[in-house]
Design a protein. Structure first.
Length: 166
């Protein structure tokens, strides 16, 4: 059986439905997060990036594996990637969420990334309200690594949304 390498909007909503039904706090990130901010799908997506409250890590993993996902990359506590033959890939990122709305994430070198509260927002996409990483957060998350063509496209889309863009 050939591996599925694209996630559709239907796949996205299936995953979000699972997470929301379980009551796990999350924010849509990555390419689908940019598209949610844009209000439309702008490109094909290999995976769904989900940032979530780290206190729910085992519950989220149990939920995803019970629905047919298999872990393909385990870089805990930084990220875990899973694959589903029908839904493709999901990349989950555990965040420590603070009462003041800020959050932090483990970095691969043993430190922690710190995120201000304005990195977290909600958007309306396809008639659905979705917790997501804000434009400011997405712009910050697209730094510190060699950008792929999809990342460059995402940044162009974010620039078109930014009130400070020229």
């Amino acid at each position: 059986m050939q591996q599925k390498e694209i996630t559709t909007q239907e796949d996205l909503f299936t995953v979000l439905d699972l997470i929301e039904a379980a009551g796990i706090p999350y924010w849509l990130d990555g390419g689908w997060g940019v598209d949610a901010l844009c209000g439309r799908q702008t490109r094909p997506h290999r995976d769904i990036d989900i940032d979530f409250d780290a206190t729910y890590t085992q519950q989220l993993l149990d939920l995803l594996t019970a629905h047919g996902y298999k872990i393909t990359t385990d870089w805990r506590p930084v990220r875990i990637e899973l694959y589903h033959p029908r839904l493709s890939y999901i990349d989950i990122h555990p965040f420590q969420v603070m009462p003041d709305g800020t959050a932090s994430q483990a970095d691969p070198t043993g430190g922690r990334y710190q995120f201000p509260a304005d990195y977290f927002t909600t958007v309306t996409y396809a008639g659905r309200t979705i917790p997501a990483i804000s434009i400011k957060g997405q712009e910050a998350f697209h730094t510190g690594y060699d950008l792929r063509e999809t990342d460059k496209q995402d940044l162009q889309n974010l620039k078109s949304l930014s009130p400070n863009s020229n």
